[in-house]
Design a protein around this ligand. Structure first.
Ligand code: SF4
Length: 448
């Protein structure tokens, strides 16, 4: 049961030291109660109070980690129904399925191809995280061998898919060190699966026939001491599956139903006859509210748009993605290289730096903090004014690196040219193109 702000306040040190970023412990308590603050922001909470508060402030949907080390992937942990209320925290994990009777050579080839599906976007490495090994013939030896191969020869985390506890045991023995998700606890096998998961401290996926039948299975595993659960309501028709995802999320968040307070797993691979339709179904599950989405394959034309959708949905809508203010060198610039300035909106930086790089004209790119706004928005909001840009250039240190006094400003900020000139006497302010795509031609013409 969630605590009120006053109940939380009683557990805080009441020193009003302000280290948590707000003036009083009461204000911090209120923020904690409304989900606007994290308990870790106060370094002085006693262990006893921390235990009580952690339980009360635990996310209504438990975060569940699959894998270990740098590749550990977490799903769940969400606190809001709608992204605009706060943010979604843990991106939907994407998996592709392989059958357990696959040959070692074919599996090696698949893993190699899938591992190559990585994309750089706004400074992030986007890639799928999971391989779901599906038992197709009850052959525990083959299942264990394939699980071992995935665990030991790839960077993917593993979902072990079988309803046969003996086959699952072989998979756990082979890949248990990688903390796989054991998927396939049903009403028929729940005791054996629960015991195996508890013995090996592994997360368990529950497979039910409906949202309603999930509840007793979840309660039973929780009573066995298992905390890391993943829910599959069993729907294999897109409309019903979408409705189930929403029902589970609502029940966990709005009704505080702890029995369904866990991330979900969905199987577009079992809802469509081709990867195109699977991809569309997967897209709906990324938006609402799949914790893990399993496809039949990873292919560039499918996974790339899904990764981008995921990136967009799981970024904080209240905090634009930014890059650090400073000087960025592109292509070993020297004292004669052009100097460009733009804002610190991540997308702006990566598009502009990419175009400058493709021009092959070594350049200095100056990034001014604009609170993550793009050029036009920053200019309109007064975060990229001529005075500010001029002062930023002065203190940036660029004057020690170049012997010329030319500064290229974005075309969309042409209106600040006069003010920058006033702030930087002797400098020649050049208005660059409006669109980053025109930068290569612009730079080549002027500087190549
Ligand atoms: Fe109170 Fe802790 Fe914030 Fe200090 S850091 S004001 S003790 S809540």
């Amino acid at each position: 049961m969630a605590l009120t702000g006053i109940q939380i306040f009683k557990l805080l040190p009441k020193t009003n030291c302000k280290e948590c970023g707000v003036p009083t412990c009461l204000a911090f308590a209120m923020n904690l109660a409304s989900g606007k603050a994290e308990l870790d922001a106060c370094p002085y909470v006693s262990d006893e109070a921390r235990a009580q508060l952690a339980e009360a402030s635990a996310p209504p949907i438990r975060p569940v980690a699959v894998g270990k080390g740098v590749r550990k992937a977490t799903t769940g942990g969400e606190t809001v129904q709608y992204r605009h209320e706060k943010t979604f925290f843990n991106p939907t994990l994407l998996a592709a399925q392989v059958p357990s009777d696959i040959s070692a050579d074919d599996l090696a080839a698949k893993l190699k191809n899938w591992n190559a599906l990585q994309y750089e976007r706004v400074g992030l490495n986007l890639r799928p995280e999971l391989v779901a090994l599906k038992d197709v013939n009850g052959d525990a030896g083959a299942f264990g061998a394939a699980a071992k191969q995935i665990a030991e020869t790839s960077e993917f985390n593993v979902i072990l898919m079988t309803e046969n506890a003996d086959v699952m045991k072989a998979g756990v023995e082979a890949a248990g060190s990688k903390r796989p998700l054991m998927y396939g606890a049903t009403a028929a096998n729940i005791d054996a699966m629960g015991a195996l998961a508890k013995e090996n401290d592994l997360p368990v996926g529950i497979k039910a026939d409906s949202v309603e039948t999930l509840v007793p299975l979840s309660d039973k595993l929780t009573a066995m001491g298992l905390k890391d659960l993943v829910l599959d309501p069993g729907s294999r028709e897109p409309k019903q599956s979408n409705a189930d995802m929403i029902a589970i999320r609502r029940a966990a968040l709005k009704d505080g139903n702890r029995s369904v307070g866990f991330p979900t797993i969905t199987f577009p691979c079992e809802m469509a006859s081709n990867l195109d339709v699977e991809t569309m179904v997967a897209a709906t599950h990324i938006a609402k509210y799949g914790g893990i989405v399993v496809l039949s394959d990873f292919a560039g034309e499918s996974i790339f748009p899904l990764l981008l959708e995921r990136l967009n949905i799981f970024t904080d809508p209240q905090r634009p993605m930014t890059v650090t203010e400073g000087i960025f060198e592109i292509g070993n610039p020297d004292e004669n290289s052009p100097v460009l300035v733009t804002t610190n909106f991540a997308l702006t930086y990566f598009i502009v730096s990419g175009e400058v790089e493709s021009s092959r004209v070594p350049s200095w790119l100056l990034i001014k903090d604009s609170e993550g706004l793009s050029v036009m928005t920053a200019w309109a909001a007064g975060k990229f004014s001529g005075d500010d840009v001029g002062m930023f250039i002065k203190k940036s240190g660029i004057m020690d690196k170049v012997k010329h006094q030319d500064l290229i400003i974005p075309g969309y900020a042409a209106a600040i040219a006069g003010d920058v000139e006033e702030e930087l006497p002797g400098w020649n302010i050049i208005v660059g193109p409006r669109e980053a795509a025109h930068l290569p031609g612009f730079l080549k013409e002027k500087y190549a």
